[in-house]
Write a protein that binds this ligand. Structure first.
Ligand code: COA
Length: 133
């Protein structure tokens, strides 16, 4: 699913994902419909901060709410694990993801210049968890 969702230079293979999931504080969530996987999200929590590591929805399953459901579930799980705020990086030109994050209450708090392999800037977004802003 990750390979189908991202440009070649940004794809994570199964081995990389398995290694990440073995690290402390890392977790993954799977969205399914009638046993069909629609997409997945990965996050991590360290002390009171969480990070969205990735969200990927299969191209054929987009715009039916899976991405929003995964982000909401990731935020809830991060809060359950003790995080008070969540951060992520998104490519400035990623219209779909930015719309999803804005709709979910995330706001821009920084920029990493030429962060991606294609030279695009990353925006750093943040949201408060558990009712805090
Ligand atoms: C970003 C991504 C996860 C969104 O998943 P999705 O399941 O299609 O998202 P949803 O159906 O939950 O959409 C929620 C809202 O996000 C916004 N949105 C999603 N896709 C959009 C698009 N292509 N254009 C504009 N807005 C979009 C809309 O506001 C949408 O609500 P609406 O459908 O009621 O208008 C998906 O497009 C994807 O996997 N992209 C490739 C991987 C990627 O870029 N991941 C994020 C990396 S930071």
């Amino acid at each position: 699913m990750h390979e189908a969702a991202f440009p070649r230079a940004e794809r994570w293979g199964a081995q990389a994902i398995a290694l990440m999931l073995a690290l402390p504080g890392h977790f993954a969530l799977l969205a399914v419909s009638d046993d069909d996987p629609l997409g997945f999200a990965m996050g991590r929590v360290a002390a009171a901060e969480a990070e969205v590591l990735t969200i990927a929805v299969r191209p054929a399953s987009r715009r039916v709410g899976a991405g929003a459901a995964l982000l909401g579930a990731l935020m809830a799980e991060a809060a359950r694990r003790g995080a008070a705020e969540v951060f992520l990086e998104v490519a400035e030109g990623n219209v779909a993801a930015r719309a999803l994050y804005t709709r979910s209450g995330m706001t821009e708090v920084g920029r990493r210049r030429r962060y991606y392999p294609d030279g695009a800037d990353a925006l750093v977004l943040r949201a408060g968890l558990g009712g805090r802003s």
